[in-house]
Every structure is written in C-alpha cells, then in structure tokens.
Design a protein around this ligand. Structure first.
Ligand SMILES: [Zn+2]
Length: 256
C-alpha cells in the first residue's frame, strides 16, 4: 500500500494546479471520466467446503431393495441424499454424491475413496430394519481390519487416528442438529462406535470407515420396520426435515 500512495502524493505535490492532477487521474485516454482509485488488492477467495453425501447401498453385499412398509431402504437413502445435496448447495457448500442413480451399484470401499477426493467430511445415509424407533449415529472409534476373503484388499487396516478423533465431534454435531430438527417426529437413539454395528463388530469398524481418510459418520435415519418411522421418512415433508436436520448438523461442525 505504501508503495502506491507515496508516488501519488508526490505527483499531487509537484503539480500545479491540483485540479490538473485530479483530471489526469480521473480521465481515461478516451476522455471518459472515472473515479480515481488505487488498484484493487485481490481478496483471496476461500474454497467452498466439499461435503461427501453417500446414500447407502446398493453394493455387492446388500442392495437394500426389499420392500418394507411400502418403501425400501435404498430408495429412502437416495431420496434423502438428493434433498441433502440440494440444501447443502443452497447453503454454500459443494457436494459430492457417491452415486448417480437409485440403482447405481458402488462398493463401500469405493464410496470411501470417492469421498477422500478432497471432501471435508462424509455422511453415509442408511435406515435400520431392527426393532426400535428413531435415528442413531455411528462413527469409527477404533481401527478395524477389512475382512472380505475374496477381495484383494482383504486385511486392509484403518482408519488412521486422525479420522477417529475427527469423526466423534462430527457425530456429536449431527446428533445436535438432528435432535433439534426432528423434535416431535423421530427420537435420538444415541451416538455409538462402529463396533456396535453388525459389520463393525466383525471388522472393528465399518468398511467405509476403514478406507476413510476424512471424518466419517453413518446415519441410521429411521427404523423402516417401525410404521410411524416409515410413514415419516417416506413423506416428502419428512424427508425434507431429515435432510435439513442433517445439513444443520454439518453446519455446526463445519461452516460453508
Ligand atoms: Zn443400510
């Protein structure tokens, strides 16, 4: 700044009358009058945060297309995923979806790898079909070992400790956003370690947690075998509230 102001002051001091200097500064060669100003200093643009939205299923192990209470888990995950994508973009985030159609098959480890491509965090959308009601959140609380004997990557260990320490605060933020946004509709059932899930109890962590290099949380949005939960998450209004509540949780963890 100093370098620009000093020559300007020198020009004003040396020239007479002052009006001439002002006119010289204000006039473009074509004679058009403009406001004299110092060259604008470019403001560095902060990159928008990239959020990885993973509508869970279909994959080789589970397509999740079995009909339950008039819908299926795969469809609900996809529909809420699209709403979440739209809402996050409206709020100023960039969004990476892990699949591009309701029946687009992508393996869980590949979903994690897609998300690792520059995303700040990943949310994996699922629904439960066990007895119960409400929503629950799962995060990697310890490293696991990928356990699929026929896969060349069988035995892969992960995630790294930074992912484990970053994922719990994300799960807590999502729980807070969802508890407020879904009040009166779906009850919070808690924040739990991956090892409380069926796959996690076998491997130590869920598959995409093992392959994740960024904070990652699995959201069991509702219990589809529960009639009230299913009615809520099937409805457009319920899906919109769910997506809005998840977006609010993401915002608590990371601003756009
Ligand atoms: Zn699922």
């Amino acid at each position: 700044m100093k370098n620009l102001i000093l020559p300007l002051l020198a020009a004003i001091t040396l020239s007479s009358p002052l009006r001439t200097v002002a006119a010289a500064l204000d006039e473009l060669p074509g004679g058009e009058l403009v406001t004299a100003s110092l060259p604008a200093v470019p403001v560095p643009q902060r990159a928008r945060q990239l959020i990885c939205v993973d509508p869970g299923h279909p994959n080789t192990f589970n397509a999740a297309t079995t009909m339950v209470n008039g819908t299926n888990e795969n469809r609900i995950n996809w529909q809420v995923g699209l709403r979440l994508e739209r809402i996050l973009k409206e709020q100023g985030y960039d969004v990476l979806l892990t699949r591009n159609a309701e029946l687009h098959y992508v393996e869980n480890k590949d979903r994690a790898r897609l998300c690792n491509n520059g995303a700040a965090l990943a949310v994996h959308l699922h629904c439960e079909s066990t007895p119960g009601t409400g929503f629950a959140l799962y995060y990697p609380d310890r490293p696991g070992v990928y356990d699929y004997k026929n896969d060349p990557e069988n035995g892969t260990r992960g995630p790294a400790s930074g992912v484990i320490t970053g994922s719990r605060p994300l799960a807590d933020a999502l729980a807070a956003g969802m508890t407020e946004g879904l009040a009166g509709a779906l009850r919070p059932q808690g924040v739990r370690g991956d090892s409380r899930t069926a796959v996690g109890s076998r491997q130590g962590a869920l598959t995409y947690s093992i392959f994740s290099e960024i904070p990652t949380v699995t959201i069991e949005m509702a219990v589809l075998t529960n009639k009230q939960d299913a009615a809520f998450i099937k409805s457009e209004g319920g899906q919109e509230r769910m997506a809005g509540a998840i977006a609010a949780g993401i915002r608590l963890y990371r601003a756009p």
